[in-house]
Design a protein around this ligand. Structure first.
Ligand code: PMV
Length: 310
């Protein structure tokens, strides 16, 4: 039996996080600068994982890996393979807990490597269905935006309970993703917004509606190559996210610095209260300069990423 490999890129949410949980749209981008590789080999004995987060048989893996181990079991069943005699080596360059879809990327790379090992083709539906098993453990009620974006090459327009669609950007957009260094906890951030809705329904609903409105305008900006408009919409969304209490001091510090250094817009990405920010640079040169400045300013990791017109 041959060694088999599966890979998956990462993702970030451009705009619409939190509001998307309450029925508004969100836009997410595939982020190929970090990702996961999973390599499967025949090794007699049980199914074993070899990764930075765990080394050993899946039976004795920590509870935090229940999502992944169940996803592996279900995938093997679907492939008519016995749950034994495999070594799955996982290498990831995605920082976990930073809103970049680490858990979904790991699951998708592993599923792809198991299909390759079984020499079977898969459909996108196969991957989404199996990865959802893992995501339900990580997020409780995942919106599904992570898995959809990780299996896409184009930005995703996502609304709960509606068929997703892909967005074709009409210009080149230069983004910077910068890590604040603190791990975020998406589940508790989502719960804190739900609590706010209970305590002040009208006031909070108007903020979520406003995020929905600027997300629609952000889509128009992508589709009409209006980077200034997109930058303004990112800033508008950030204002509402701050009012929702999901942007912490570490994120705000990087966001304000990026704007001061000429970013057209900057906001948190993902669940917030830790994790990463995104900034929209003026052009390619500015993107390089700004990412250097953010590194010197103390961002833990910085990536410059160009979304090219399709
Ligand atoms: O932290 P992430 O990248 O998983 O993003 C969470 C996005 C939320 O809108 C806050 C939650 C969700 O399930 O959509």
């Amino acid at each position: 039996v041959q060694t088999a490999t599966g890979v998956a890129h990462s993702k970030f949410i451009l705009i619409g996080e939190h509001a998307v949980v309450h029925g508004q749209p969100a836009i997410a981008l595939p982020f190929p600068l970090v990702g996961v590789e999973s390599v499967v080999d025949y090794v007699p004995g049980s199914v074993k994982l070899d990764s930075t987060f765990y080394y050993g048989p899946i039976e004795t893996a920590p509870d935090s890996l229940d999502g992944l181990t169940n996803c592996i079991r279900k995938t093997l069943t679907k492939l008519d393979l016995p749950c034994s005699d495999l070594l799955i080596r996982i290498k990831s360059s995605i920082p976990p807990g930073k809103g970049l879809g680490s858990s979904a990327s790991v699951a998708i790379a592993v599923i792809r490597s198991l299909f390759a090992y079984a020499e079977q083709d898969y459909t996108e539906e196969d991957i989404l269905e199996l990865a959802d098993i893992s995501e339900r453990y990580a997020h409780g009620e995942p919106s599904g935006i992570d898995t959809l974006t990780i299996t896409s090459e184009l930005p995703i327009w996502y609304e709960k309970d509606r068929p997703m669609c892909r967005i074709e950007p009409k210009g080149d957009f230069y983004f910077i993703v910068a890590d604040s260094g603190r791990m975020g906890d998406t589940r508790s951030a989502v719960e804190s917004v739900a609590d706010l809705i209970k305590s002040a329904p009208k006031r909070i609903q108007s903020k979520l509606d406003r995020i929905g409105e600027v997300t629609h305008r952000a889509r128009n900006a992508l589709e009409s190559a209006s980077k200034h408009l997109l930058g303004q919409m990112l800033n508008e969304a950030q204002k509402e996210l701050e009012a929702l209490g999901v942007s912490d001091a570490g994120l705000n510090r990087l966001i304000y610095f990026a704007r001061q250094e000429g970013a057209l817009g900057a906001k948190l990405t993902g669940g917030g209260n830790g994790g990463c920010i995104i900034a929209l640079a003026r052009n390619e040169v500015h993107s390089r300069q700004l990412s250097e400045k953010l590194k010197k300013f103390g961002a833990h990791a910085v990536w410059s990423f160009a979304l090219k017109k399709s």
